[in-house]
Design a protein around this ligand. Structure first.
Ligand code: F6R
Length: 369
């Protein structure tokens, strides 16, 4: 049943290329048009949207944080992301031109369900991104885009997260096309890159053994810190969450720019810091900025574990360990950079003797508030 893998989690990590391919299947035309007819929101509805709110919990929330960068960049519609448990109780400003996107693997998470009910009561339109056919969240939403990840058995979410990202990219591209923000050739270029992701992940997974070794070496670390910028920031949060829930270790993710505002004081001799580095080919100064953050933490004694794009040699002088991932455009990079962090957490947990698939105190679907 685990298909030759030691744990369901490893099996599900290995299934990510297929899960992504399945989530893209039938939703793209050759000319790069996104076809989301199943979403049941008319083009006019989508043109009327003037604000997007993404609500979710845990890992699904992290996918929403990534989506914000893509949706705002492609559509120019303001997009906010909020923990469902907070959204519900703070009287958010919503109306019929607000699109609320509720992201949930199980479709049964109580906090997310309550957030969507609240949004509907305020007349917002609710679109669910969900992995479970016929579950409560999609049934109560105005529209749904299913992720085709297949059943996820391990408590820690892996393939569901990557397919949530893909669904968010599709929604962002679709909104942009319908509203005329993005030209067909630009969208086509992004779609072309999305279609290449499954093979790139296969390539990445084929070379993943050094990450497992490194994880075993670090199993006794008292804390592990994760830093990133832009879409690498939610990836850092996700890497830390995986480590907490599976290895029961203290771990924290930070926006790299925030280090000097406090967290850098945590760094001691040998503290492992996982640094998620964007493509050097990306926009702006992002890459150089994080390279200097890596330099800063290393100067204070950190043991730096750098996740960077193939061919990025600028990180080498400051990296104690480098994990290269295949090249992909900046906004899509979380589809690559998350994977070593999943494997890392799984392997540390196993090395510490924990049940990787059934971590203590956690349930696969959280149906209480
Ligand atoms: C972490 C994890 C949880 C879920 C969260 C939301 O690995 O699995 O953080 O992401 O409980 O669950 P869903 O997506 O089912 O609403």
């Amino acid at each position: 049943e685990k298909g030759g893998h030691e744990y369901f989690m490893l099996k599900e990590i290995a299934e990510q290329p297929q899960a992504i391919a399945d989530t893209l299947l039938g939703r793209l035309t050759d000319s790069g048009e996104i076809m989301l007819d199943e979403v049941r929101l008319s083009d006019q509805d989508l043109r009327d949207v003037d604000k997007v709110f993404i609500v979710a919990c845990g890992t699904a929330y992290h996918s929403g944080l990534v989506a914000k960068y893509a949706i705002e960049h492609w559509t120019r519609i303001p997009c906010e992301v909020e923990l469902a448990s907070e959204f519900r109780y703070r009287d958010p400003v919503l109306d019929r031109s607000t699109l609320v996107v509720a992201i949930s693997q199980s479709g049964e998470t109580m906090d997310t369900l309550m957030a969507l009910r609240h949004a509907k009561a305020q007349k917002a339109r609710v679109l669910a991104i969900c992995n479970t056919n016929g579950s409560t969240i999609p049934r109560e939403s105005d529209a749904v885009l299913y992720t085709h990840g297949g059943p996820e058995i391990a408590v820690a979410s892996t393939k569901a997260f990557l397919t949530q990202l893909v669904a968010c990219y599709l929604i962002g591209l679709h909104l942009a096309q319908v509203r005329g923000n993005l030209y067909a050739d630009e969208a086509g270029a992004i779609v072309e890159q999305l279609l290449k992701v499954p093979d790139k992940i296969r390539e990445l997974l084929a070379g993943i053994d050094p990450v497992r070794q490194l994880a075993r070496d670090l199993k006794a670390a008292p804390t592990v810190l994760f830093i990133g910028r832009h879409v690498g920031y939610p990836v850092a949060l996700e890497g830390a969450l995986k480590l907490k829930e599976l290895a029961y270790m203290h771990a924290e993710g930070f926006a790299a720019g925030e280090l000097k505002h406090g967290p850098i004081a945590l760094i001691d001799q040998g503290t492992p810091v996982v640094c998620v580095v964007p493509s050097p080919a990306g926009r702006g100064m992002l890459h150089d900025k994080i390279v200097s953050n890596i330099q800063e933490v290393r100067a204070r004694g950190a043991r730096t574990i750098v996740i960077a794009e193939e061919g990025d040699t600028a990180v080498l002088p400051y990296a104690d360990h480098v994990i290269y991932v295949p090249r992909t455009p900046t906004l899509l990079a979380p589809l690559m950079t998350t994977i070593p962090l999943q494997v890392f957490a799984c392997e540390i947990a196993a090395a510490r003797g924990h049940d990787v698939d059934q971590p203590r105190n956690l349930a696969k679907s959280v149906t209480v508030e």
